[in-house]
Design a protein around this ligand. Sequence first.
Ligand code: ADP
Length: 485
Amino acid sequence: MSPPKKNRSVFFYRRLIAVVAINVLPLLVLSGLLYSYIISDYKSNLIALMNNQIMLLATTSESALLFDDAEAAESVLSTLELNETIQYTQIYNADNQLFAQYRHPEIINDTVIEHFDKAVEFKNNNIYINYKIIKNGEYLGLVVMSASTEGLAAQKDHLLLISVLTLLGSFILASLLNWTLQKRLNTPIRDLISLVHYVTKHKRYHKRLTTDQNNEFGDLIAWVNTMLNTMELHENERKASSAQIIQASKLATLGEMATSVAHELNQPLNVIRMAADNCRRKVSTGTADTEYLYGKLSRIEQQTVRAAAIIDHMRMFGRKAEEDPAPVDPRKVVTNALDLMGEQLRLAGIELVTELAEDCPFVLGHTIQLEQVLLNFLTNARDAIVQREDEAKITLRVFFDDEVVQISAEDTGGGIPEEILPRIFEPFFTTKEMGKGTGLGLSVSYGIIRDMNGTIVVENIDNGARFKILLPCVRSVDKTKRHFS
Ligand code: ADP
């Protein structure tokens, strides 16, 4: 079972947004505050400067207004030339008539004063300040002074540029930091994921992780490695004991098969004995011609080959399985098992039916072990059938479906009672009499098939039981055939 897939990019972007927000937002707020502080400071400084100037002008222009001396007022105004900031100053008399004015040499256009009543006004990149001249409660006139706020605008732009650049820099730094962190965090996690994936998929525990990180990740990896050491140790122990059980059960099967093999060997031996007997008789009566003798000797030879094949097979079956699993032809397993037990089953009056799919994919495992599973099925089927006087038939089928190969053994032995069905795979569970059953057959079979990444399904059918082995097939059938046929 594989874990649910997570959308890793969402996680990455969330973290990026979080890092950027943490880094950039305070900077944004800070630069906003700094911006408004500097701007308002600039404004209030400008207004204070202009207020000083305007009050000075108002005091010095009082007498000029009283005596209607515009020239004196103009000369007072001309002192403003020294001031670079002031651009325009006008003095109006009590009737709001222009009395005197000063214009900075670089200013060409006149300024239209619209609001004489407003003390401070910002308009068209200018600041306007009005100051009423009142002497002993009498309104003498008004001084209007204007200065350019372009410096302020330039300062605003400057500040904005600095803010944007700082934000951009901070964003790039935050992203770089995030990326580096991400890499440092992700690499060991990715390694861990692929290791866990490998262990889950292949059930092999020999791989280890390495890391140069001397932190929590280093600890995690060290602990995972320790865990894998333990798992590998347990797996090796399990394999060793399971191999021992398989071997023991195999020897038990061999023991059980002794009668069957005796039958199998009996047949060629009988043929050999009869052929030899016939030859001896012919030779003693002097009627044996060369052709006759040659035919009989060939027959004897054929039968010895058959007997040797049976003995070889028995020897192979008794051997411990080789370590690495290899592609196995499931049909070959069926015919091998029948070679060993077929004759015995037939002698017991059991009809044998085989249906083997053509072009069947191979499975990965050990031929002998798979054969052992089938021999267990056949022995159980035989034991169930011989107790009854009903139809006696065993059907072996090999077929495949998509990626799964199925080997089924069906019998007419009356089936497995429902109450013992959940227990039949338990080790040492048997319903057979002492000395006949070990109760290991199905539990060992279960272990063998599980190690091949397969399953055994058992069900009761009409008149008996059906054991079905489901195994994943080796990917490319053609390739496998080329290599192993
Ligand atoms: P054993 O054959 O030594 O008893 P197994 O593990 O092979 O051990 O089988 C356990 C039990 O399962 C058998 O004793 C029998 O009761 C039941 N069983 C297995 N196969 C069949 C079958 N084809 N029909 C009926 N019962 C079966």
